[in-house]
Write a protein that binds this ligand. Structure first.
Ligand code: F6P
Length: 362
């Protein structure tokens, strides 16, 4: 019989639909094995301040599978390996991970289940090197982690984006306008590609295929000539023109990811200038991270959570649960955060879009 484990769990980075389902699966699976589960609130901050620790029970995870957000809260700013401190107007980054490790030991924890995207899993890999036994669970609507087939939250974000594109059709058509919608995804075009095809976009711009604005305008004008006086352009936030840069918002802050945004407005201005058509842009933004997870995302999240506890029971620390359909498997954490999963240009999905006559602006 295996030893009774005392597990901690946190949710770090941007939220994604399905986080609560993971928390429920981890808690119930652990309790059913006779383990104990402590929730760490606010990402990694609870490892630095014990007021952020809460016991997770069957009661605390009741009725949460379908809820968006995270009952533990999340945070994409509190990295114990580089905490931002501002003193006398000067900013510096301090490594307080030793304090996190000693708190972890003092609490008598056997392991941490770290649910996070690329950034949070890199922190997990760093803390694992410092001696914290960690199992990672991949989370991001961006679906950009190479070590797993699909992250939970992605499908829900695609469904939300598809719904938005559907709604844009009627207003675009009645006003005979071009509508340009900007979607999340950071440097990968998964959300834009999947929702753009599902929502019958006319143009899809993704980071993996730098675009030529003239080609985008050619598509809009070809539709015009064919009697289709409106067009829908789906634009990933990380899309960039050939030879140009990604659009960003605000100043770059050391230790933080630069905020992407603004490309849809630029594309809309370019289309209006070269086609003369009335063009509007919108940014769907954090709506893509909110709301109820789809049933597939719920199932995926529950499977990730249960698999994480099984790995903990087997003592396979320093790994991340990976979905390798049809099975859940494990990959070393270091390997899991080593590469980004870009949309493969020779994929069937990209080919399908091209076969349907959707332009990538190339
Ligand atoms: O990684 C998830 C994500 O939603 C990206 O698609 C987006 O670029 C970023 O997070 C936005 O982050 P924030 O919540 O800090 O605005």
């Amino acid at each position: 019989m295996s030893r009774k484990l005392r597990l901690a769990i946190n949710t770090g980075g941007g939220d994604a639909p399905g986080l609560n389902a993971v928390l429920r699966a981890v808690t119930l699976t652990a309790l059913n094995k006779g383990f104990e589960v402590i929730g760490i609130q606010k990402g990694y901050l609870g490892l630095l301040d014990t007021k952020y620790l809460v016991p997770l029970t069957a009661e605390s995870v009741r009725g949460i599978t379908h809820l968006g957000g995270s009952i533990l809260g999340t945070n994409n700013r509190g990295n114990p390996l580089a905490i931002r401190v501002v003193e006398g107007g000067t900013e510096r980054f301090v490594d307080v991970s030793d304090q996190a490790v000693s708190n972890f030991r003092r609490l008598g924890l056997d392991g941490l289940i770290a649910v996070g995207g690329d950034g949070s899993l890199k922190i997990a890999a760093g803390l694992a090197k410092k001696g914290i036994p960690i199992i990672g669970v991949p989370k991001t609507i961006d679906n950009d982690l190479a070590a797993t087939y699909e992250t939970f939250g992605f499908e829900t974000a695609v469904a939300t984006a598809t719904d938005a594109i559907d709604k844009l059709h009627s207003t675009a058509e009645s006003h005979e306008r071009v509508m340009v919608v900007e979607l999340m995804g950071r440097y990968c075009g998964w959300i834009a590609l999947y929702s753009g095809i599902s929502g019958s976009a006319d143009v899809i711009l993704i980071p993996e295929i730098p675009f030529d604005i003239q080609k985008v305008c050619d598509k809009v004008m070809a539709r015009e000539l064919a009697g289709r006086h409106f067009s829908i352009v789906v634009c990933a936030e990380g899309a960039a023109p050939q030879g140009g840069n990604v659009a960003t918002l605000g100043e770059e802050v050391a230790g933080q990811e630069i905020q992407l945004g603004g490309i849809a407005a630029k594309v809309a201005a370019g289309i209006a200038a070269c086609t003369g058509k009335e063009t509007r842009s919108l940014v769907l933004g954090h709506l893509q991270r909110g709301g109820m997870p789809t049933s597939s995302d719920r199932l995926l999240s529950l499977r990730y959570g249960a698999a994480a506890v099984r790995l903990a029971e087997e003592g396979r620390w320093g790994t991340m649960v990976a979905y390798d359909p049809p099975v859940m498997t494990a990959v070393p954490l270091e390997e899991a955060v080593a590469s980004v999963k870009y949309v493969p240009l020779d994929s069937d999905v990209v080919q399908t879009a091209r076969d349907l006559g959707i332009s990538f602006g190339d």
